[in-house]
Each structure stands twice: as C-alpha cells, then as structure tokens.
Design a binder for this molecule. Structure first.
Ligand SMILES: NC(=O)c1ccc[n+]([C@@H]2O[C@H](COP(=O)([O-])OP(=O)(O)OC[C@H]3O[C@@H](n4cnc5c(N)ncnc54)[C@H](OP(=O)(O)O)[C@@H]3O)[C@@H](O)[C@H]2O)c1
Length: 327
C-alpha cells in the first residue's frame, strides 16, 4: 500500500503520521502533502526525514493507493474527486462529503459494513459524533426516543490555530477575533461552535443530529444539545441524557452490561470513576462514567474521548485499514 497524508503538517495529520508508524498501512513511507506554505519542510517518520510536498497542479497521484485527508473542506472538495479519478481511495476528515448519500460515513466499531472496495471517497464523521456514538450504539437496543448531548469541546478541535489562541491568551497575549474563535477562550467558554441557522441551532449541533441519523440508520431519532467550546487543550467531553417512552427500573443494569462489553469504550461501574480530558489525552478508547438513572424514564452518562485521535486521526487510519482489508 502507498499512502498519502494530506494536511500532514496539521494537528490531525501529525497524529495520522504517528499512527502509520505502527499500522500495516505503513509498509512504505507515506507521501506528505500540505499547502505550498509547507513545501520542502522535513518531518521525521520512523527515524527517516520525509519532505512535505505542495498539493498543487504539478502533483503526480498515480502511484498512490489511499489518501488520508485532513486539510479542510475546500481542499477536500477540490482534490478528493481528483484522487478518486486517479484510482486512489480517499478517507476525508472534513464535513464536505459526510451527508452525501453516495459516500459512506464510518465508525469502524459502529458501521463497518458500509465500507466498499475500490477507489472511492469515505467520510470520517464529526469528532463529537464519533465519541457520542461509541457509547450510544450499544445502548440503542434499549430504544431511546430522544438523545440530549451537551458537548464540552477542546480548542484543538479547531486545529493549530485553536491551540495557538489558548496558548497566546493564556500567556497574556491579546484576543484576536476570528483567529479562530469569536470570543476569548482563556478563562472563558462559549456555547456557539459555527454559525447559527434559522432554528437557532449551530453547525456543530446540526452535524451531531444529521450524522448520527445517517450512521445509525435511524432517520427520525432526535439528537439535540448545546455544543460548548471550553479552555481545554485536547479531548472532548459529552454529558448525555437518553429519554425513553416508558419507565423501566431494569434499564440501568442493562445499560451497564451493554457498555461494559462495548468495543472502543472503557467503562467502570464504580460511580467514583469520573473520566476527565486531562487524563485521556493520547488514549485510543473513549471513557464512560457517571452512568445513572435518576428518573425511571431517563438514563444519563458522561463520555470523554481524544477527539484528535478517535475523533479524527485514529478513526481515519482504522477506516483505511478496513478498506485495505476489503480490497
Ligand atoms: N482537530 C480536530 O480535533 C479535528 C477533529 C475532526 C476533524 N477535523 C478536521 O480535520 C481537518 C484538519 O484539521 P486540523 O485540526 O488538523 O487543522 P490544522 O491543524 O489547521 O491543519 C490543517 C492542515 O491542512 C493543510 N492545508 C491547508 N490548506 C491546504 C491546501 N490548500 N492544500 C493542502 N493542504 C492544505 C495545512 O497545511 P499548511 O501547514 O501548509 O498550512 C495543514 O497541514 C479539518 O477538516 C477539520 O475539520 C479536525
């Protein structure tokens, strides 16, 4: 397999490179692609210095099998179809193709069956959606009618610029509106990630609804909540409430049993176990704690995951590994 990482200099791209060092996809050194700004930069991979190439008109795509893209929506819209035309499969991290009916939207632990062989575009879901669904999928057999998911999202979800903003403001530097945040983030938080639509719902909140419905194949499931940006470097946390039509005092135990054997989930029944973002940076699995049923028609829990890894780079590499096994 010959793999390209598009966006190799970014927060997600850097993690993808590290994961490829131990992946079966890393049998050959990956091609590193980024904007013209980074062309010629060197990145160390398994002790070897690899050179970043500009993704531009002069690029030869013919020797590639898979492109792992983490370079934003406009780059994906422009380049993903060109990779596919050149016979290359693309796994893309942006939202550009996620809701396209012809594009599989994949979490390997949740819906691996939608991956098909051959050159095609496969979309990686939104980071909060992935973290939510690893815990929600095993609970869907309990038939919740409504999912309320309030997120606490780390600044690295907005890439290098987000991390820079927290660091700059935290060391006494100024707030720069729109670079990338609309409000100061140090010592602050704000419940507005992306633009607000006519219903008052933000882009990030809408992604969780639409993508959850597509991945689970439940088009009428209600998923609502408030997505909040918090001054945490890495790992998204989500407070989840599931609402059911009927009261059931057995449901809590059934949920505990389902979470206990869920793939990609670390669950500890001990109520003193509280997963936190600081603990979970760099960890592959998501962690679930505080499972409770204070009213017999609800179930609540707290889930935390490294959104750069399982929410992006790791999920992408896992999809590409799944795709390569299907070929
Ligand atoms: N960060 C997360 O937690 C996360 C989670 C899920 C999904 N995602 C998605 O993953 C993608 C990358 O996010 P990130 O956080 O890694 O962003 P980032 O740190 O800002 O990195 C962006 C990358 O894209 C490259 N790039 C920008 N314009 C390009 C162009 N015209 N042609 C080729 N490469 C270009 C940049 O190259 P230069 O260095 O040369 O500018 C850099 O390598 C985005 O679509 C984002 O929504 C991110």
């Amino acid at each position: 397999m010959k793999v390209a990482v598009v966006g190799a200099t970014g927060v997600v791209g850097q993690e993808m490179l590290q994961l490829l060092e131990t992946s079966p996809l890393g049998e050959n050194p990956p091609r590193l692609l980024a904007s013209a700004r980074s062309a010629g930069n060197k990145i160390s991979w398994r002790g070897e210095e690899l050179t970043v190439e500009a993704l531009d008109e002069g690029i030869d795509l013919s020797q590639l099998d898979v492109a792992l893209m983490a370079a934003g929506g406009s780059t994906a819209r422009q380049w993903a179809p060109r990779f596919v035309e050149a016979g290359v499969a693309v796994v893309d991290n942006s939202s550009a193709f996620r809701l396209d009916d012809t594009v599989p939207l994949v979490i390997p632990e949740v819906n691996p069956d939608v991956v098909r062989p051959g050159p095609c575009i496969i979309a990686n879901p939104n980071c909060s959606t992935i973290i939510l669904l690893l815990a929600l999928k095993p609970l869907m057999k309990l038939k919740p009618v409504r999912v309320i998911a309030d997120t606490y999202q780390a600044v690295s979800g907005a890439g290098r610029e987000g991390l820079d903003a927290l660091e700059r403001e935290g060391s006494g530097g100024e707030f720069r509106r729109g670079e990338p945040f609309p409000f100061p983030i140090h010592g602050n938080l704000f419940p507005a990630i992306g633009d607000v639509d006519e219903d008052g719902v933000t882009v990030e909140e809408r992604k969780m609804l639409d993508e959850t419905r597509k991945i689970l194949g439940v088009p009428d499931l209600v998923v609502q909540g408030t997505c909040v940006r918090v001054p945490v470097a890495r790992c998204h946390s989500i407070a989840v409430t599931l609402i059911f039509d009927e009261e059931d005092r057995q449901r809590l135990q059934q949920a505990i049993e389902a979470l206990d054997c869920a793939e990609g989930v670390v669950f500890q029944e001990d109520p003193a176990f509280v997963p936190t973002p600081a603990q979970l940076s760099g960890v592959h699995d998501v962690s679930v704690g505080r499972v409770r049923s204070p009213f017999p028609d609800t179930l609540q829990f707290w889930v935390v995951g490294d959104q750069v890894l399982k929410g992006a780079a790791l999920n992408t590499v896992q999809i590409a590994e799944l795709w390569s096994r299907a070929n």
